[in-house]
Design a protein around this ligand. Structure first.
Ligand code: 4AD
Length: 441
């Protein structure tokens, strides 16, 4: 780690996250003013620098009138270099405070629109480029980052290779109704709604692969779980059948939850997350078949659903409420699922798939399945789904040369961040959400 000595060797330039290494020493930090309050003798500056938040204390009797007035007059979101002595303080959320000795204003902000008062959601969304600076949004982004970091670590430790499928595609794995259409010179193209088919090709080349990238769904859904552009992690594994696929999923989800608990204590606290609910998330997860889930819902008085219908948010929530853990719903009716899923060998009307439903009403975070590896069966399915054999020729060809059982899944990053952070709506879990009525900022 690089520290730059400033002021002729008297102090070091550091960050808020690292001040603990400099207790009772003088440091300089590049920061913004997140908030302030003051009396006639003392001013408290809430400082943020991207790595964290710390309170700076300016005592008039110690710094003199000039610096004290500078602190009193400084406006919210002004940028500055601030120097001061780091003090350990158990009462401070981060454990440290800064006794300020010097302030050097870099840029004075005027009329910052997001004030400490309450603002409506639309106002905050219109100012997303600034809203991201708030303590709460900072915490959510740090948790998102930790989940991404832990994802790479988990898959790297388990011999997966990161593969990047294309964003511009000619085919549509998850059905044709939700595609973003564009022109590709003279041809039609679509923004990727899943990299899965390419990941299957990659799994035949590299065994175990995972992708992490943006995904686009032109869904006209306006719910707290739906984004138009979201990020998906899609692992795909050769020689892995249905049960092992679920085992890998529960290991992975447990791993990211435990990583967040370990590395994001402060952020979970800022968000007021009930950590005890997360601490119990450990593999194995409960499993229930679609048939049993339906019977359970009927018992609970849901008479709006019958065999062959998909579960909606209230159904998923009712099932999830029954467990303290994420729950797999397995073996959905074939008619509800895409063309590539392997039928149950014991029952033709259901497929070897599972959705993982998060606890506390956060809904489905993973969709996955064993894939059809028989050439003829896959070809028939492509035809019966009225898909173009030409467009899927390359995909079908994977079943011609050493085809093997294989499985995979897709985890939606934003829904997972929402659940682990305990935030109500996915719009707060991605830096710049794309929603039904929102393309700006
Ligand atoms: O269930 P889905 O559609 O599965 C697939 O796309 C598979 N091809 C994945 C695979 O097997 N490789 O989507 C997977 C996950 C969902 O469980 C959900 O978490 C998330 O992606 N997701 C969305 N997240 C936010 N907004 C949306 N509109 C989403 N649609 C799906």
């Amino acid at each position: 780690m690089l520290y730059i000595v400033v002021d002729g060797g008297k102090n070091v330039k550091t960050t808020i996250a690292k001040v603990g290494q400099f207790v009772e020493r003088e440091v300089t930090i590049g920061a913004w003013i997140a908030g302030k309050r003051s009396s006639g003798k003392i001013a408290f500056l809430q400082l943020r620098d991207g790595t964290g938040f710390i309170q700076g204390v300016v005592v008039k009797a110690e710094v003199g009138e000039g610096i004290f007035q500078q602190a009193k007059n400084i406006t919210q979101e002004s940028s500055l270099y601030v120097s001061g002595v780091v003090r350990a303080d158990d009462r401070a959320p981060s454990g440290y405070e800064l006794t300020i000795t010097k302030i050097e204003v870099i840029h004075e902000a005027t009329d910052y629109p997001i004030t400490p008062k309450e603002h409506g959601t639309e106002f905050l969304m219109d100012h997303r480029h600034l809203w991201l600076r708030s303590k709460r949004q900072h915490a959510v982004m740090k948790i998102r980052n930790e989940i991404i970091r832990a994802t790479y670590q988990f898959f790297n430790e388990n011999d997966f290779v990161k593969i990047d499928p294309p964003i511009l595609t000619g085919s549509s794995p998850e059905g044709t109704s939700e595609l973003f259409h564009t022109k590709y010179f003279d041809e039609d193209a679509y923004l990727s709604q899943s990299g899965q088919l390419y990941m299957e090709a990659a799994a035949m080349a590299l065994g175990r692969v995972f992708s992490f990238g943006p995904t686009f769904r032109a869904e006209k859904s306006k719910t707290r779980r739906h984004l138009i552009e979201f990020w998906m992690i899609e692992p795909e594994m050769a020689f892995v059948e249905f049960d092992e696929n679920l085992e890998i999923q529960e290991q992975y989800v447990s791993y990211i939850v435990q990583s967040v608990i370990k590395n994001c204590q402060l952020e979970l606290k800022v968000l007021g997350r009930d950590i005890s609910k997360l601490e119990q998330i450990k593999a194995p997860f409960p499993r229930i078949t679609y048939d049993d889930a339906l019977a359970f819902l009927h018992e609970k008085g849901f008479d709006d659903i019958s065999w062959g219908d998909d579960f909606g948010a209230p159904h998923e929530t009712a099932i999830a409420e029954h467990y303290d853990m994420p729950v797999f719903i397995t073996h959905y009716p074939t008619s509800l699922k895409p063309f590539y899923m392997q039928p149950d060998p014991n029952r033709e009307d259901v497929v070897l798939c599972a959705d993982l439903i998060a606890p506390e009403g956060y809904g489905e975070i993973i969709g996955g399945s064993e894939r059809i590896h028989n050439y003829e069966m896959l070809k028939e399915n492509i035809e019966s789904h009225n898909l173009s054999l030409d467009a899927y020729q390359w995909y079908l060809e994977l079943r011609k040369y050493g085809s093997v059982p294989h499985s995979g899944f897709g985890l939606g990053l934003e829904r997972t961040v929402a659940w682990i952070s305990g935030v109500e709506h996915v719009r707060e879990t991605i830096p710049f959400p794309r929603l039904l009525n929102r393309l700006y900022p």
